[in-house]
Design a protein around this ligand. Structure first.
Ligand SMILES: *Cc1c(COP(=O)(O)O)cnc(C)c1O
Length: 421
């Protein structure tokens, strides 16, 4: 459920009619709903209310400071994958004790930054990284909490670019080698090994892969404890999918996900961490765009909008589906036409979707790309020197710009021409 609905003949974000945002901020623009974010975070919390837990928002899904502040104030932890994300989480007021650091290529600079600023745990992804962190911690006189990410070799049944739990993927340590790696970790100074971490992919629409992966984690935890390791924490990752199409079978709910966790690892007495990103923020955001031209082609009509692949990369990168709807509510029984919805960028890949059924639209009309709150703005670029897409946060009948569109002057000022040129 989200808070983008038609009333009074127009699509609203909570109580704000979208034309008002378009008028004040211009398009394209991302629009997020605080009520939806709050609701989705609450569902994960509720799903784990049977145990000691921390829901760590996956910052890479949406890293706007206002979104992070909202999450942090609700009590969320943060899952970060870079020094930049760590800095954002801290700037949003989240204490280091609620931040976990994931990622296969943490640099010494990033690890130092997190040790100095405070960290709940590093999720270690390889032996070289484990040794580097140990050396660094010793040199800083610190002892850092770590979990080791295991790769359970489970097929997440999702898009190949976002599957992370198969043995051929770059993530984690093969679960078959985990015992040996934990044994080495226990000997390394500066590390306090307290957990097992797993994350098998994104946009999962089936609970079975989770059941398999968490079953393996439970088995491993028992073995590790028998080996003498004090495993008190399980980080079970994120990845729960969202319904991108309104008409198709909805993915499992957070409460069902929580049930699988309970059934697989619930008896181990571990503190549970999860790292949902997309499921919290995906359907809490839309991308609002204006039609520039309706262009009649050979056997097809193109709707050229002012959003492009640099603003929303998912269709070009993952062939991802987004519902595209008119902001003005179509009349009941209004005739629909098929359009190829495209952006202005000079690449054929800049096609959002072909054959979208829409009412007759004209230049200046507004359209909304639904389910665009996750992996939308964070992947935006200034390709074709299009200003970085702005973001707006709505709460009830109020809204605020939470990232302004840069002016051309600001964009140009980032470059410099050497004096010798
Ligand atoms: C991307 C990622 C997540 C979040 O995935 P979602 O599909 O957005 O829930 C969580 N943990 C790790 C380690 C990730 O890389």
């Amino acid at each position: 459920m989200d808070h983008f609905n038609y009333h009074d003949g127009e699509l609203h974000a909570e109580e704000v009619p979208l034309h008002r945002i378009a008028e004040q901020v211009g398009t394209p623009v991302y629009v997020y709903s605080t009520a939806t974010l709050t609701r989705h975070f609450g569902l994960f919390r509720q799903a784990l209310d049977w145990t000691d837990h921390l829901v760590c928002f996956a910052v890479k899904a949406n890293s706007n400071l206002a979104v992070l502040k909202l999450m942090g104030d609700l009590g969320a932890g943060m899952d970060v994958v870079s020094g930049g994300e760590y800095a954002r989480a801290r700037a949003a007021g989240v204490p280091g004790e609620r931040i976990v650091f994931s990622g296969v290529g943490k640099t010494l600079i990033e690890m130092r930054q997190a040790i100095e600023g405070g960290i709940r745990q590093f999720n270690i992804e390889s032996e070289p990284e484990m040794r580097a962190l140990s050396e660094l911690a010793v040199s800083m006189g610190a002892e850092v909490p770590v979990a080791i990410r295991v790769n359970p070799d489970v097929d997440a049944k999702t898009h190949e670019k976002i599957a992370t739990g198969k043995s051929e993927n770059k993530f984690g340590i093969p679960i078959a080698r985990a015992r040996q790696v934990y044994a080495e970790a226990a000997e390394l100074p500066g590390l306090r090994v307290l957990g097992v971490d797993v994350h098998i992919g994104s946009q999962l629409t089936d609970l079975e892969p989770y059941r398999q992966a968490y079953g393996k984690v439970a088995e491993l935890t028992r073995v590790l404890r028998a080996d003498g390791h004090a495993i008190s924490r399980l980080d079970l990752g994120g990845g729960l999918g969202i319904p991108y199409r309104r008409d198709n079978n909805a993915p499992p709910l957070p409460i069902e996900f929580g049930q699988v966790i309970r059934e697989t690892v619930g008896d181990l007495g571990c503190e549970i961490e999860i790292e949902p990103g997309r499921n919290i923020v995906g359907n809490a955001g839309i991308l609002l765009a204006s039609v520039i031209y309706l262009k009649e082609g050979e056997g097809r009509d193109f709707l050229i909008v002012d959003a492009a692949m640099n603003d929303l990369l998912r269709p070009a990168m993952y062939s991802a589906y987004h519902d595209i709807v008119p902001v003005a509510e179509p009349a009941l029984g209004e005739e629909l036409q098929a359009f190829d919805v495209v952006g202005p960028i000079c690449e054929t890949g800049d096609t959002f979707r072909k054959g979208v059924e829409l009412p007759a639209l004209a230049g200046g009309d507004l359209v909304a790309f639904r389910s665009a709150g996750a992996y939308g703005a964070v992947m935006a670029s200034e390709y074709n020197s299009r200003p970085l897409v702005p973001e707006v946060l709505v709460k009830g009948d109020q809204f605020a710009v939470i990232r302004a569109r840069p002016t051309f002057e600001e964009m140009l000022a980032r470059d410099s021409i050497p004096s010798w040129l």
